[in-house]
Structures are given as C-alpha cells and as structure tokens.
Design a protein around this ligand. Structure first.
Ligand code: BT5
Length: 278
C-alpha cells in the first residue's frame, strides 16, 4: 500500500476541490490547526485555506477541552472560512461539518454513523469485530465577531484513523475509536482527507445558496438522541428534557418537564436517560 503521509505534495495530488485547500499549510507538529488558521485569518488569509497537521501539542475541543492526537495516527485539519457576517456561523458550521464527515464515512466505508449533538461523530459496531463503537471524529467551529458581525470562522476537524486502543489515554479508551479499529484495515489518510475536504466544500456552498434546512435534515437522520430524555449542560446551567429535533435556525429543541419547549444553540449532553442507541 502507498505510504500515506499528509504532506503538501501528496494532498495536492488528490484534492479535487475548486477552492478549499488550494492554499495549503502542512505541519508535522503544531499547537493547534485551529489556532494557526485563526492567525492566518487575522493576517487577511483567504477563504478555503487549509491547515493540516500530523500531530497537535494543544489540540482543542469545545469549552477548553482537549483533542488527543498521536503523530501520524489521525487526520487533523482546519479550514478558514468567511461566511455571511450576519450568519449564525458556529452552530451552523458545527452541524454542517458533522454531517459532511458522517456522509463520507458512510459512503466510503459503509459505517453506521450516529451524531451526538452538536459535534460528536460516533460509529456503531459492525458486530464482526470486538466492540470498537465510540467517538471517531469531532468538530470545533470558532468564529471571530466584530461590529459588522462574523469576520471569519475556523472549522476544525479531528478524525481518528490509525489509533489502536493503546494509543488513547486511559480516560478515552472506552469512549474513542478509530477507523482502522472499526474496519480492521488500513485507511489511506490522504485520500480520506481529500474526500472530506471535497464534501465540506460541496456542503458549504450548498449552505450558502440554500440555507441550513438540508443540514438539519441530514443531522436528524443520524441523531443518536431523538426522542430521548437528556440532561444538557449549558452556560446557564443544567437542563433536562426530551429531544424533539431542531428549530429552523439550527438550535436544538428540548421539551422540558413542564411541557414547554426550549431551544439551545450550544451545550453538552452530559446524560442520556434511556439506553443510548450506540
Ligand atoms: C471536539 O470537542 O470533539 C472537537 C474536536 C476538534 C479537534 C480538531 S483537530 C483539528 C482542529 N484543531 C484543534 O485544535 N481542534 C480541531 P469536544 O466536543 O469538546 O470533545 C472533546 C472531548 O472528546 C474530550 O474531552 C475527550 O473526552 C474526547 N476526545 C479527545 N480526544 C479525542 C479523540 N482523539 N478521539 C475521541 N474522543 C476524543
């Protein structure tokens, strides 16, 4: 098999996008591809600039959490975007990217992808291997706002590819999985990165021309929590309710114990009260 190294030449050879990744930065090690993409944006970087790394020393998750990586094992990348300044960029791009990743993993590998709101890409076990179900990818969208609205957004994605269980920290081992572990084969990271970036470009252009409805529809069909009672941690505190779906603006709708519906733009599902679907 061709050695799959995420360097500029290898990526440029297989990338079939028009805009995304036409400006490309690759690193063996970096603190965080999101941090680098933000610094590019601040220096006037163009939409579609792609930052890829083999390893991150300070990989970021949401709310100050960490994204773990091991050199050469995953796909770690960020795209610099300049969405409509009036758009609700972070929630929309988060949902969009989770569905783009889901589509690629389903179409390319036949995996059964379930999404956990708002940004977790998880995969159910195929049944013929020891249980490897868990979180296989995560999305971190960040935006810079000025007086005129959103001036740029950075969309960061981490996908676990080559990791074996021993590559994850003790805390993660039971929750995280990788494509190789799920599929029992070696996945070509360069080809997969190119396909992810192409799907993201296609979906981002569609979001701009058609709005967010198709994203919500795609997301709902993979929703791991629909109809379940969940506890959500939000900036304002804990909220419990049944997941009804999305409002047209992309916010999650929960039906509370008092029967009233509430909408949430961001948060963290900390508990699912029935047996979860994956
Ligand atoms: C995320 O945050 O899932 C967003 C991850 C985004 C990572 C990419 S990599 C490229 C770009 N540059 C960055 O610096 N970040 C982005 P969150 O929903 O907060 O989930 C974080 C949690 O996922 C952690 O607290 C762990 O429990 C778990 N986690 C950490 N590393 C993981 C991994 N490699 N695989 C699966 N789960 C992981």
């Amino acid at each position: 098999m061709r050695k799959s190294v995420l360097n500029e030449k290898a990526i440029a050879e297989v990338l079939r996008t028009r805009r995304f990744g036409r400006i490309l930065y690759t690193f063996r090690t970096i603190d965080s591809t999101n941090a680098f993409a933000k610094s590019l944006a601040a220096r006037g970087g163009e939409e579609g600039a792609l930052v890829v790394a083999e390893h991150q020393t300070c990989g970021r998750g949401r709310w100050g959490r960490t994204w773990e990586s091991r050199p050469g094992k995953g796909i770690l990348f960020s795209l610099l975007l300049r969405p409509d300044p009036r758009s609700d960029a972070v929630p929309q791009l988060t949902l969009l990217a989770a569905t783009s990743v889901a589509l690629v993993l389903e179409n390319r590998f036949g995996l059964d992808v379930k999404l956990r709101w708002p940004n977790d890409v998880t995969v159910a076990d195929k049944g013929d291997l020891p249980s490897r179900a868990g979180k296989v990818a995560g999305v971190l969208a960040e935006a810079q706002r000025g007086s005129a609205g959103v001036s740029y957004a950075v969309l960061g994605i981490g996908v676990n590819v080559r990791q074996r269980p021993s590559d994850f920290s003790d805390a993660l081992r039971s929750k995280a999985t990788s494509l190789d572990a799920l599929l029992g084969e070696k996945v070509d990271r360069v080809a997969l990165l190119a396909e992810l970036v192409l799907q993201l470009e296609t979906d981002y252009l569609k979001l701009q021309s058609e709005g967010v409805d198709f994203v919500l529809d795609r997301w709902m069909r993979r929703n791991a929590m629909l109809g379940r009672s969940v506890t959500l941690k939000t900036a304002a505190g804990l909220e419990t309710g049944t997941v009804l779906g999305f409002h047209a603006d992309g916010r999650l709708v929960l039906s509370g114990p008092d029967g009233r519906n509430r909408r949430f733009a961001d948060g963290e599902v900390i508990e699912v009260h029935h047996a979860s679907g994956y």
